[in-house]
Design a protein around this ligand. Structure first.
Ligand SMILES: Nc1ncnc2c1ncn2[C@@H]1O[C@H](COP(=O)(O)OP(=O)(O)OP(=O)(O)O)[C@@H](O)[C@H]1O
Ligand code: SF4
Ligand SMILES: [Mg+2]
Length: 354
């Protein structure tokens, strides 16, 4: 058994730290100024289920507007779901309030996409990183805060002497390190990172990803790592979920998604990932996605991907494909049998091995 599949088996035997089931978030569309009436809904997240295991990184990938940030906000309790459950260690956190909610929120922290706008320009780095201690003073008593903040700066590779500086005195990569330090302040178990490197230069992206991997080992963190590009999450993810228009198209281990994708959308996304070896690049097939993503206020019937799918047939307009292991692959060897929401799922090597 390969090291990778051994690791996947180990992951699967453990209890998940987060269990998300049939999660739905519809934003009402209203008309009228004084007498608002609902004329529809933006189906930002429309029935998503997945698990997050202790110590793993689950990558979530999909085009702009497919609902990734909404999932992140639901997990953080920054938005209330329309329906569905989010269980943290077995307890549904969508029903919690007051002290119980506060205790759970301490364990689930977020790192935001844009390090330029997510840090208050008028606060010192020390105040930004120490802000979570205002809500949870039990983690760092007043007299101990400066030391704790300096420790955090050191942990993320910044000079602890920078504690009195302001965000504009730092580069984009350094600011994201500050955002990560703030996310770590309360020693959470889970970090939801919403496109943490998308706003950074390519040369800096790898440094921040490497830092996050080191911190994961050091603090035993579970990550949900959101990106719009499959190439960014490959290095860091143990498993990857591919979202399309508020739904999960395919989910599986790193090997299952990158080596044995069965959903046409994943295959198209993978075919757009550049391959460093020019010879392999020349040999591979490119699947061009035509048209734009339809509006989540008015998604296509049946399979939401059908308006852009080259394999679509009449059945795709009528029947919603469920996210499940496709019947032909139920008994397939490891790597192939994984959930894919397609009536006509089939393996297709979208990336030619170098
Ligand atoms: N508060 C809101 N009210 C109404 N619609 C919203 C709200 N927040 C998000 N949406 C809509 O929900 C859909 C999903 O948005 P979301 O931000 O979750 O997508 P995303 O996958 O994170 O996109 P991006 O890659 O651009 O960050 C979009 O159509 C968006 O316009
Ligand atoms: S169900 Fe049909 S439209 Fe949807 S991905 Fe599969 S083949 Fe394409
Ligand atoms: Mg987003």
């Amino acid at each position: 058994m390969s090291e990778e599949s051994q690791r996947t088996e180990q992951t699967e035997r453990r209890e998940p730290i987060l269990e998300v089931r049939d999660l739905v978030k519809h934003f009402p569309l209203t008309q009228g100024v004084l007498f608002k009436r609902q004329v529809g809904a933006v189906k930002a997240v429309d029935g998503i289920s997945f698990d997050l295991y202790p110590g793993e990184t689950l990558g979530i990938v999909g085009e702009s507007g497919c609902g990734k940030s909404t999932v992140a906000k639901l997990l953080m309790n920054l938005e209330a779901p329309t329906s569905g459950t989010i269980r943290y260690k077995g307890e549904d956190i969508t029903k919690l309030s007051g002290r119980a909610l506060k205790a759970v929120r301490r364990n689930i922290q977020m790192v935001f996409q844009d390090p330029y706008t997510s840090l208050n320009p008028r606060m010192t780095v020390g105040d930004i990183i120490g802000e979570p201690f205002d809500i949870h003073p039990e983690v760092a008593p007043k007299g101990d805060r400066r030391r704790k903040v300096q420790e955090l700066l050191d942990v993320v590779g910044l000079n602890p002497e920078y504690v009195n500086r302001y965000p504009h005195q730092f580069s984009g990569g350094q600011r994201q390190r500050i955002g990560i330090a703030r996310g770590l302040a309360l020693r959470p178990e889970i970090i939801v990172a919403d496109e943490p490197v998308s706003a950074l230069d390519v040369s800096v992206q790898a440094q921040v990803v490497n830092l996050m991997e080191r911190l994961q080992d050091e603090f035993g963190l579970s990550y949900m790592f959101i990106a719009h590009d499959l190439s960014i999450v490959r290095h860091i993810s143990d498993r990857v979920g591919v979202m399309y228009l508020g739904k999960m198209a395919e989910i599986g281990s790193d090997e299952e998604i990158y080596e044995h994708p069965t959903h046409p959308y994943t295959q198209a996304l993978l075919s757009a990932v550049p391959v460093p070896d020019p010879e392999a690049e020349g040999r591979r097939e490119r699947i061009v996605l035509e048209g734009d993503v339809p509006s989540p206020a008015n998604p296509p019937s049946g399979c939401r991907f059908r308006t852009r799918c080259w394999k679509a047939e009449a059945r795709c307009a009528e029947e919603v494909p469920l996210l499940a292991i496709p019947t032909p692959f139920e008994k397939a060897e490891s790597g192939v049998a994984h959930p894919s929401a397609c009536h006509f799922a089939e393996e297709r090597a979208a990336v030619v091995a170098a």
